[in-house]
Design a protein around this ligand. Structure first.
Ligand SMILES: [Zn+2]
Ligand SMILES: [Zn+2]
Length: 168
């Protein structure tokens, strides 16, 4: 995903539109111990525009990512549809921390697109907001069926008391 800057360097205040529809070179990512996989091409579209030494980039990013539900551990697809904007500095001598420096006459946006997607995905992925999770005893996925486990929720302090009483 490379955007030539020639037109915006030549024309101040004129939008140059771009559109990409492709899988990134790397389609698997490690994210908080979870392995993510990009399932659909990254649809990235937007424009760049230059005012003086600054180039602004506005874009929309759409894709779909395979996640693992944090409750039932089932793989599901999370749709991504986000907007992002960035500023690039044409003059690298200008020590402006808000803008991304430009080297050469084009910008490659693969990395900022992926970083933006990873910063917007849910931290606690759920296949469904009311996912029932797994049985802590037998591991049955409780979205698919019930098991016969009885969860004995006895307070451990009462257990000690009970065993003391039994000794007497
Ligand atoms: Zn789930
Ligand atoms: Zn069970």
């Amino acid at each position: 995903m490379e955007i030539s800057l020639a037109e915006v360097f030549a024309n101040e205040g004129v939008k140059k539109f771009f559109e990409f529809d492709e899988f990134p070179k790397e389609d698997r990512f490690e994210f908080n111990g979870e392995e993510l996989r990009i399932l659909k091409p990254l649809q990235v579209s937007g424009y760049i525009i230059r005012y003086e030494e600054k180039i602004s980039l506005q874009m929309g990013i759409k894709t779909s990512i395979q996640r693992i539900c944090s409750r039932c551990l089932t793989a599901f697809e999370e749709s991504i549809d986000i907007m992002a904007n960035f500023t690039f500095g044409k003059d690298n001598k200008d020590a402006d921390n808000d803008s991304i420096p430009i080297y050469g006459d084009s910008i490659v946006i693969d990395e900022i697109v992926i970083d933006e997607v990873l910063s917007q995905i849910s931290m606690k992925p759920l296949c469904n907001t009311d996912c029932n999770g797994l049985c802590p005893i037998c591991g049955t996925n409780k979205n698919l069926g019930q098991c016969d486990c009885v969860i004995d929720e006895v307070d451990p302090r009462l257990e000690i008391l009970k065993s003391l009483l039994e000794k007497e």
